[in-house]
Design a protein around this ligand. Structure first.
Ligand SMILES: [Zn+2]
Length: 313
């Protein structure tokens, strides 16, 4: 499922670079894939993602053990992400599906205005087919939910569509900002970093009481709180993140990116594309040719890497 989703993305957005690895063992990094966002000019941030699929309204794989004794997979993911040289945000992506309609009694957490499905104009139901939660939230919910720790109902009412990795949703049906007045989209890479700091802090809080009841019994959904907080931050002027993008990719990612860019250059002769989007220099080519003889182990034993260029404003 992961492979299918990533291939679909890479085909739909040809600027993305996807590198698959033939490694089934995901234990040492805790992640299924790593997603680097940035450029040589802007620097880099990363998402490391552990995917879990729904199985009869349960995420049974959440009980899987991690790399070290006593660890769950999410512990490994959190520990290894914190040690990364690039600011790395650990997430779970849940693959969901239902035979008919949105499941009854599950709160809809994909609307900044608190509108419930199906009236919400920000997302289709299918946008929650790949739902997103910070791995810290998943850990806390899993640890505190006892017999409900594998239930989809424990996680989905706090989850958002995975497109929120790249910022809050634009309104689907009309142009311009929605009624809450937040500006759609994200500016610089630093702003994306701040967005993730805000998302991690907000979605890590315990959900408001009654969040699992759905509909009008709730006060504010986690998504509403997140978007309101984000709008306040933007309203204060420049958003200053706690962290900063890393200047360099780790060696395995740097090599993977350059290798892919060179292949693209050779294959498509799209010099303009590669130099604009990735700041790829011809001089790298020689160095790369030498490096090409080397084999880089992927220390994290991920099954894939994906790169998203951050455009110049
Ligand atoms: Zn909505």
């Amino acid at each position: 499922m992961t492979e299918g989703a990533l291939l679909h993305l890479a085909r739909r957005f040809p600027l993305l670079i996807l590198q698959k690895f033939n490694q089934a063992d995901e234990k040492s990094s805790g992640g299924d894939w790593e997603w680097f966002v940035g450029s040589r000019r802007h620097g880099w941030i990363a998402f490391r993602i552990q995917a879990k699929r729904m199985d009869g309204l349960r995420y049974r794989q959440l009980d899987h053990g991690g790399q070290l004794p006593g660890e769950r997979q999410y512990d490994t993911l959190l520990r290894d992400s914190a040690a990364a040289s690039v600011p790395t945000f650990p997430f779970h992506v849940f693959f969901n599906g239902w035979s008919s309609g949105w499941p009854r009694g599950f709160a809809w957490n994909a609307c900044p205005n608190g509108t419930t499905f199906p009236r919400c104009a920000h997302h289709d139901m299918s946008d929650m087919g790949c739902s997103l939660l910070p791995a810290t939230t998943v850990r806390d919910l899993h640890r505190s939910s006892g017999r409900k720790r594998l239930r989809v109902a424990t996680y989905l009412p706090t989850s958002v569509p995975w497109s929120w990795l790249f910022g809050p949703p634009p309104k689907r049906t009309s142009s311009g900002p929605g009624p809450t007045g937040w500006p759609a989209g994200i500016g610089g890479l630093s702003q994306l970093l701040a967005w993730h700091e805000t998302m991690a802090a907000t979605l890590a809080e315990p959900p408001p009481s009654g969040v699992n009841q759905g509909g009008s019994t709730r006060d504010h959904s986690p998504a509403e709180v997140l978007l309101r907080r984000w709008a306040e931050l933007l309203g204060q002027g420049a958003v200053i993140p706690e962290g900063r993008p890393a200047e360099r990719l780790p060696a395995y990612a740097d090599w993977t990116l350059k290798h892919n860019l060179r292949e693209r250059l050779l294959r498509d002769r799209l010099d303009g594309l590669a130099t604009d989007a990735w700041d790829f220099h011809e001089s790298d080519d020689d160095a790369l040719r030498d490096q090409d003889q080397q084999t880089f182990g992927t220390p994290s034993t991920l099954s894939g890497l994906i790169f998203t260029p951050w455009p110049d404003a």
